[in-house]
Design a protein around this ligand. Structure first.
Ligand code: MN
Ligand code: ZN
Length: 663
């Protein structure tokens, strides 16, 4: 009777444990995409045993080592779970059986957590991308000696508190002092006409001289902000106002180290370790495009082992633990900006927001005018530079052309600099383009090309065996005009003739990494080909490869795709290169490189087209109009046409592509 009771009690506890364990599996799958398996493996996922819920590396390692030799312990930053990998199956089984439901006390707190162990087949660190620092960011270790650090800290007189405005009180007790100019938290800017008396403290001269000498910075800063953070205090994510300060921003960490969180607008994040006495240097993309901030908390996730203590934290090392924060004082030096910012990141630039953007076209006349100004005129101006970035033909386009029968007549409508006109000697190919300067470049290379509009090609109907239209139709600004361009292309084909069409995709890939969404999509397709071919990579800093980072972009993109952006954006938004598209209809900046500046005779329109940049001697920026296509949109447009058969559709080089056959 008594034995029965005990076993009943036991099975009740056991049942409860299994329920909790199953719940943990479900949560891991649903929220983290971690798939557990019901059969034993060498690797386990430990729910509730993560840095994100306060379990330290040392603590968890001690526990799991009781069951055997641990090959790896992976603790991803800010996650409430970890992965443990044993050398042998018996060891992982032992951990599964004896540690499930184990209660542990969190260090330095009276809180308990209960651990749940589940088997996993695959440990995510195996295919995790290494952490990267935001471009333009550097961390210089030991910029000052411990002695200089003490002198700098002693020099701060916190007693003469600044009179805080209401806005400044919202700093949540973070202590702040300003030198050179006061930073105003109400408008996040400085009062250029009211410098503070005394300038920068003399004690900073040595370290600033060193920064200049070592070329960490090019210009001497004239503004200093000193912040003091108690453990638990932070600063919300922000981008320092472009119009307020020049490119270079440097910040010295004194008294303690800190982890600073950087975030790209697409959602990609980097946690960067700033060691005590180190100098953070933010320039370029890291200063203008990425936000930075300090999460208010009492501990940071840091690398557990010595060495590699600086820079971006890597989740794939399996070497992270918790570090208690101490009081940190930062000296941030900036140079006050005297003229508007002209960076390459218009979507986050307050100086460039006021620029007049064209409105979305209401009718055909407006559409034609928009294309005239934001496609035709721009290509005339950038023709030389554009052509210099277009050398390598895309393999799948070449493949299409080379598969055509010997002697086939082929038209390249929108041929640009003619990079496809010479891929096969067996074809009779000719090209046409709306840009005279690009057609002239074709002429110089000895290609057959003439100037015309893709809406009206002066070629007899049915005279071509094949046509290609590579990255052209996305420059037409209404659905009707895009359809007209498609119809005109097909008019040229004889029955049985084939057309290959490429248009920019709203869904993009970054640094050869396809978004998760695209990976899944592609896996479903029959004609899957490896895109990670170096020969295919065309260097283009001008936005042709805009990015969606893995995992992040897709969720942002969904719900936005194919929505009527025109209603939301009466003015066309300006795209920031290497970020995901915010709208299907937009202006994409082209930064004209020095040395490839306009041809003689175009100076006048050049002046009127490029933004105010060139008046300051900087490289001028042009804006090209694009309609980026959503998945399925191109096929849908093709299906409305008579007498055609859709032979193939695929994704390639950030484009949606179709092969059509005329019936
Ligand atoms: Mn800042
Ligand atoms: Zn800017």
């Amino acid at each position: 009777m008594e034995i029965d009771n005990i076993s009943q009690k036991l099975s009740k506890t056991e049942k409860k444990l299994r329920q909790k364990q199953t719940k943990a599996r479900y949560t891991l799958l649903k929220h983290e995409d971690i798939e557990c398996v019901s059969y034993p493996t060498k690797s386990l996922v430990v729910a509730n045993g993560g840095l994100g819920n306060g379990v330290s590396r040392c603590q968890l390692l001690c526990l799991v080592e009781e069951c055997g030799l641990v090959e790896a312990l992976l603790m991803p930053p800010n996650k409430p779970y970890s992965f443990v990998k044993y050398g042998m199956m018996e060891e992982s089984k032992r951990a599964y059986d004896s540690l499930n439901g184990k209660e542990i006390m969190l260090e330095g707190s009276s809180q308990n957590v209960i651990l749940y162990f589940n088997y996993v087949e695959k440990v995510p660190w195996e295919d995790m991308a290494p952490a990267v620092l935001p471009p333009g960011l550097r961390v210089i270790e030991e910029l000052v000696s411990p002695e200089e650090e003490r002198q700098l800290l002693d020099s701060i007189d916190w007693s003469e508190d600044e009179v805080l405005s209401n806005a400044q009180k919202s700093l949540k007790h973070r202590r702040v002092k300003h030198f050179g100019y006061e930073f105003r938290y109400d408008n996040n800017n400085v009062d250029r006409d009211r410098p503070l008396p005394g300038g920068l403290p003399d004690i900073c001269n040595t370290l600033l001289a060193k920064c200049l000498e070592m070329e960490y910075i090019k210009q001497k800063p004239d503004q200093l902000t000193i912040n003091q953070y108690e453990p638990g205090q932070g600063i919300p994510p922000h981008i320092d106002t472009h119009s307020a300060f020049e490119d270079e921003i440097i910040s010295l960490s004194l008294g303690a180290e800190i982890v600073m969180d950087f975030k790209h607008p697409d959602g990609h994040a980097a946690a960067v370790m700033l060691p005590q006495r180190s100098l953070l240097v933010m320039t370029g993309e890291s200063r203008y495009l990425w936000s930075h901030g300090i999460t208010p908390r009492k501990f940071d996730v840091v690398q557990a082992s010595e060495g590699q203590k600086v820079g971006a934290l890597r989740a794939d090392i399996g070497d992270l633990t918790l570090n208690k924060r101490r009081k940190r004082t930062s000296f941030t030096f900036r140079k006050v900006r005297r003229s508007p910012c002209n960076c390459s990141y218009p979507s986050v630039c307050d100086s460039q927001h006021k620029d007049p953007a064209p409105a979305f076209p209401d009718n055909d006349r407006e559409a034609s005018h928009l294309e005239e100004k934001y496609v035709h005129e721009v290509y005339e101006e950038i023709a030389q530079h554009f052509s210099s970035t277009r050398h390598s033909p895309w393999p799948r386009v070449v493949e299409f052309l080379r598969a055509l029968p010997r002697g086939a007549v082929v038209a390249d409508i929108g041929c640009g600099n003619g990079k496809y006109l010479a891929v096969s000697k067996d074809l009779f190919m000719f090209g046409c383009d709306r840009s005279k300067n690009l057609v002239d470049i074709c002429g110089e290379k000895g290609f057959q090309a003439f100037m015309c509009d893709a809406l009206s090609v002066p070629v007899r109907s049915g005279s071509c065996d094949a046509c290609i239209s590579i990255a052209v139709i996305h420059h037409f600004s209404t659905p009707e005009r895009r359809l007209t361009a498609l119809r005109e292309l097909l008019r040229l084909l004889r029955p049985g003739g084939r057309a290959l069409i490429y248009v920019w995709a709203m869904e993009q890939e970054y640094n050869k990494q396809k978004s998760k969404y695209l990976k899944e999509k592609r896996a479903c397709k029959n004609k899957v080909e490896d895109l990670n071919n170096d020969a295919m990579k065309e260097t283009d800093d001008n936005g042709c490869q805009s990015s969606v980072y893995p995992d992040e972009g897709v969720s942002q993109y969904k719900g936005r795709c194919c929505s009527v952006n025109e209603a939301v954006h009466p003015k066309l938004p300006v795209h920031t290169n290497r970020t995901s598209f915010d709208s299907q209809d937009l202006l994409v900046p082209w930064h004209l490189k020095d040395g490839t500046k306009k041809n003689a005779g175009h100076t006048k329109s050049h002046q009127s087209l490029a933004s105010s940049a060139n008046s300051q001697g900087l490289s001028p920026v042009f804006h090209r109009y694009y309609h980026v296509f959503c998945e399925g949109e191109l096929e849908l447009a093709c299906k409305t046409l008579d007498c055609i058969k859709l032979q193939e559709s695929y994704y390639d080089q950030g484009n949606w592509c179709v092969v059509l056959e005329k019936q």
